[in-house]
Design a protein around this ligand. Structure first.
Ligand SMILES: [Zn+2]
Length: 397
């Protein structure tokens, strides 16, 4: 049996939605799938054992944060991040490029969605052909993150799926900068691939946990001609297992849907397609129809920490801290089979938040993780049964 493979099982008759399977040495990912962010090797208030119990298929971690703390060498000594954090399933790492962007230009989420161009404290010192020079937020030391360094760190970490090093361009830059940055990211992708294939510390294409596969990243911002150039580069000039859609996706939901749709259509069926940093359930229902296979976002666990539980319907979430729930004996969702909904009332969860009890964060995180995995399961079944549109209507009714 192949250690890695990708296949499409079914393509919807009315849309480009598809179900498939990504096989990795650490198990199978049924797609479309949601990838949970364990940025610093932790799902915040939730263990990997609990994540598995809540049907989680795959998690991701962050190259930039882990290289600064605890350092990738310590992770490699454990035989990779799988052992370090006791996650036996599939894993992805980003390349650190996303953080270059967030350090240099402001809030990542705001920028990707075109909401802001607010400058933040700049620990990014420069981006040039060599890579990105920045100051560590841990000890103030100067660090260079280059394509080669990013791949070396990702080989130490040992995730199954790893990303080429890129600059994630913000919304507020013009077409000329987006073009320059895209071409540089393409050169960085070639350098990433060359280092990936080199037999240095580990066997070529292997990380500390074993064999790995590389994802390329489509750049080009909101400009269709640049996206096409990046698609051509990734499909025809470089050999990657998977392809991620990165960069700015515009200033509105409609623009994001448009950019993702024409990009995914042109990418076709040869590779699994990952959409970087998007994970709102409303967006997922729309974007699976363009053929997106995997999504990632910090939102399910971040919302939980702020007291928001995800629910079906247009509203999308409940604010557990709302006084409305102070005497509500029902669970978050009476149809949900997560450990939180099976065992605890809204009034109890409300009390935990009012009393600043950390258990509240854990219980809502548990529900939100289960909720996202259940959502993806419903979507996969609906695609296989060719009733995605009815399932979507039912979800929002
Ligand atoms: Zn639940």
């Amino acid at each position: 049996m192949k250690k890695f493979s990708w296949k499409i099982n079914h393509i919807s008759t009315n849309t480009n939605a598809r179900t498939g399977e990504i096989i990795t040495p650490h198990g199978k990912i049924k797609t479309p799938a949601f990838i949970f962010c364990a940025t610093k090797a932790a799902l915040k208030s939730f263990s990997t054992i609990q994540a598995k119990e809540n049907n989680t298929q795959i998690i991701l971690s962050n190259t930039y944060h882990l290289m600064l703390q605890p350092g990738s060498e310590l992770i490699a000594k454990h035989g990779g991040l799988h052992n370090f954090m006791n996650w036996k399933g599939p894993m992805l790492t980003d390349s650190g490029g996303f953080q270059i962007f967030s350090l240099g230009h402001g809030s990542v989420a705001d920028e990707i969605k075109g909401r802001s161009s607010v400058k933040r404290n700049k620990s990014l010192l420069s981006i040039n052909e060599e890579g990105s020079l920045f100051q560590s937020y841990i000890d103030g030391s100067f660090k260079l993150l280059s394509p080669e360094k990013s791949i070396e760190v990702q080989r130490d970490i040992g995730a199954d799926l790893i990303l080429v090093f890129d600059e994630c361009t913000p919304f507020h830059v013009d077409k000329s900068y987006t073009d320059i940055s895209m071409k540089r990211s393409h050169r960085w992708a070639i350098r990433s691939l060359n280092r990936f294939n080199l037999n240095l510390k580990y066997k070529a294409g292997f990380g500390s946990s074993g064999e790995q596969k590389l994802y390329g990243i489509i750049q080009g911002g909101i400009y269709e001609d640049l996206r096409e150039e990046s698609i051509d580069f990734n499909l025809n000039k470089i050999d990657n297992f998977g392809i991620a859609i990165g960069g700015s996706l515009g200033s509105s939901k409609d623009e994001m849907y448009k950019v993702v749709n024409y990009t995914a259509l042109k990418l076709g069926n040869k590779h699994p397609i990952h959409l970087l940093g998007i994970g709102d359930p409303n967006d997922i229902w729309t974007l699976v129809k363009s053929g997106i296979d995997t999504f990632d976002c910090v939102s399910p666990t971040r919302l939980a920490r702020h007291g928001s539980a995800l629910i079906k319907g247009k509203k999308g979430k409940l604010n557990i801290k709302n006084k409305l729930f102070s005497e509500d004996l029902l669970p978050i969702d009476k149809d949900c089979n997560c450990p939180t909904c099976l065992n605890y009332s809204l009034a109890y969860l409300h009390h935990l938040f009012k009393a600043d009890e950390l258990l509240g964060l854990q219980l809502i995180t548990s529900h939100n993780i289960y909720f996202m995995n259940n959502l993806m399961n419903i979507i996969r079944n609906a695609i296989d049964n060719d009733n995605l549109e009815q399932a979507e209507k039912q979800w929002f009714s």
